[in-house]
Design a protein around this ligand. Structure first.
Ligand SMILES: Cc1cc2nc3c(=O)[nH]c(=O)nc-3n(C[C@H](O)[C@H](O)[C@H](O)COP(=O)(O)O)c2cc1C
Ligand code: SF4
Length: 587
């Protein structure tokens, strides 16, 4: 096999489909530790794409690289709860033992140690990725042993097997986590009852999207079904990039059949024959498992042509992998990524239900939403809501300062104080971040508030901080996360997130003054009004909310500091306004 053969093989495997270029690049990256120039040219020529388009993908996705990474390519999770468990210290310690600088491949090309936004192992952190595979519960002894294995050039297959066993801590089970699904039961009901009955059942149940926005699921499916097009698509959003969220990981692992069943039922209800699972790069370890389930369902006639012997009922599912981008969880960015492009959110409307994947009507739902949909169609609306109008359920991913971090399926309407009891949170909880970095910070006098669509809405992230934690550190972590993950499409977010980093770093270093907070509020206002997607609109929230709710942490670093601007705030805001005005829309 010559050096070029692998790239040519990719072209053949994906039938020279330009939409699959991201999958090909990712495979090359995993095979060769980088994407060599000749491979870029082979893909560009074979797919009839300009070289610059292929390069733009490498620039956009965090796990694609032009320059060789180490043969052992290690990423430590930089999520705040991993920090709290010592990830930074461990990354530094591993770097020291291996004589390597963070983020820079060692001269002999053997190893690279870097940071990444979040590996989705928050309840069992610190989590790392080694050549794309996840390892949880890093500690000093694992760091020590890992350094020895690397120096001795031991192949990954011979590393301790238990390091790669990712278990799920399912602490509280409700209807979904307790349910034993009968594969094919919901599909049979959907086929016999037809699309109307499926959508009616979903409406009765009150199921709303579990990915964060809470859009009623029956309406999404109905809109898509009524869009006048022959070809429709079903997409399962398994990108789960929000720091502190890992419940989809557990569902993909232990409730794979329910998710696939939900997608198939959706396909039957809306008249689609093709589905995709967009699986985040960090969940490579789950890919084989999901693939095996898909294969088994094909052999048992639950997927493919003439499902369960019903002539003309055809539906199949393919897995596509992400390559490192949080914003690709936003549904229109996800669709762009699935089409082999950079994950830049689309201007909406039109929405995916009418103009989605390849411009066709598309349902995008979260993993959890599909699982509940399968249960509702199999068992009836009461599976989710015991009576019409009842609020239903939510699966939380709980991490941070508590004795039982993990997965909890709770009735919507549960008070924060009760959630804290369930997970063994200490008495000295200072605050909770509900809904990830872009969510909301809750302090003790708000612990009576409830997890619900009307009060504290969350895709599932629930991070607990006791009073030993400093909220400036948390704000710094979240602000850097947003700046790193901004896709750069629109100026208010691209520039605004960088300005926020400068200001929060200044405060962290003890050089900030109260006037900095005022300047941040001004930048935040502009970002909220003019950013194109939820990332830019929420990116400044953590600093300002943390300041509002835990001011003492900020003020102690601001005492007697004379205001010196981190940059020319007026000029930056004015320039952003001009660009937005000139272009007539966010850019
Ligand atoms: C920046 C950003 C990131 C997102 N990430 C995810 C994600 O990882 N998983 C997800 O299901 N939804 C995510 N969403 C929400 C999706 O855009 C979309 O609303 C969701 O997939 C719809 O599914 P649902 O109706 O089942 O909730 C994200 C939204 C934004 C703005
Ligand atoms: S708000 Fe940020 S992440 Fe969203 S499109 Fe604009 S630049 Fe990209």
């Amino acid at each position: 096999m010559t050096d070029d053969d692998f790239a040519r093989e990719q072209l053949a495997t994906y039938h020279r489909d330009p939409g699959m270029v991201l999958q090909m690049l990712r495979n090359i990256q995993l095979e060769k530790n980088h994407i060599p120039e000749p491979d870029i040219l082979i893909l560009a020529e074979g797919l009839n794409l300009p070289r610059t388009k292929v390069q733009a993908l490498i620039d956009f996705y965090s796990f694609l690289h032009n320059e060789p990474r180490g043969l052992y390519d290690i990423y430590f999770s930089d999520s705040i709860t991993d920090h709290m468990l010592g990830s930074r210290v461990q990354a530094e310690s591993l770097c020291n033992k291996l004589g390597v600088e963070l983020g820079v491949p060692r001269d002999d090309g053997v190893v690279t140690v870097s940071l990444t936004s979040c590996t989705g192992l928050c309840e069992r952190g610190p989590g790392i990725l080694v050549n794309g595979l996840a390892i949880d519960r890093m500690d000093d002894s694992r760091v020590e042993e890992m350094a020895e294995l690397i120096e001795a050039n031991v192949p990954l297959e011979e590393w301790p097997l238990e390091w790669f066993m990712i278990n799920d801590a399912l602490h509280k089970k409700g209807p979904l986590l307790n349910n034993t699904f009968t594969p094919g039961a919901a599909i049979e009901r959907a086929i016999l009852g037809g699309g109307d009955s499926v959508i009616d059942e979903l409406e009765q149940s009150g199921l709303r999207g579990c990915g964060g926005a809470g859009f009623p699921t029956h309406r999404k499916w109905e809109f898509c079904r009524s869009a006048g097009d022959e070809q429709r698509y079903v997409i399962c959003n398994a990108d789960e990039g929000e720091p502190g969220t890992f419940k989809d990981r557990a569902l993909l692992n232990a409730y794979t059949d329910a998710m696939i069943e939900g997608m198939t039922v959706c396909g039957i209800a809306i008249g689609s024959s093709k589905g995709y699972i967009y699986l985040r790069h960090e969940y490579e370890f789950l890919r084989e498992r999901v693939n095996r389930r898909l294969e088994r369902r094909r052999t048992t006639n639950l997927l493919g042509r003439n499902i369960l012997g019903h002539h003309g009922v055809n539906f199949d599912i393919e897995i596509c992998m992400g390559a490192g981008s949080y914003v690709c969880g936003e549904e229109s960015a996800l669709i762009e990524s699935l089409e082999g492009k950079r994950g830049i959110p689309r201007i909406r409307p039109p929405f995916p239900v009418t103009h989605g994947y390849k411009g066709r009507p598309t349902v995008v739902n979260n993993v959890e939403t599909f699982c509940y949909a399968a249960g509702i169609v199999e068992h009836g609306a009461e599976f989710y809501a015991a009576a019409p109008g009842e609020p239903g359920w939510k699966i939380l991913s709980i991490s941070g300062d508590c004795s039982r971090p993990g997965i909890y399926e709770i009735p919507l309407g549960t008070a924060i104080a009760d959630v804290l009891k369930m997970c063994g949170a200490p008495k000295n909880v200072r605050s909770i971040q509900v809904g990830g970095p872009g969510g909301i910070l809750i302090v003790p006098d708000e612990f009576g508030r409830q997890i619900s669509f009307d009060d504290l809405n969350t895709a599932g992230s629930f991070m607990i901080f006791d009073d030993s934690r400093n909220m400036v550190d948390v704000a710094v972590n979240f602000t850097h996360f947003f700046a790193h993950e901004s896709c750069g499409f629109c100026t208010p977010c691209r520039v605004g997130t960088k300005l926020m980093v400068q200001m929060v770093d200044k405060i962290e270093a003890g050089h900030g003054a109260r006037l900095d907070i005022e300047q941040m509020e001004r930048v935040h206002k502009l970002m909220t009004q003019a950013s194109h997607c939820g990332l830019g609109q929420r990116a400044a929230v953590p600093i300002l909310t943390n300041y509002e709710k835990c001011p003492e942490h900020f003020l102690e670093r601001m005492e007697d500091v004379e205001y010196k601007p981190a940059f020319d705030v007026e000029a930056a805001i004015e320039r952003s306004r001009q660009i937005v005005a000139e272009e007539g829309r966010p850019r």
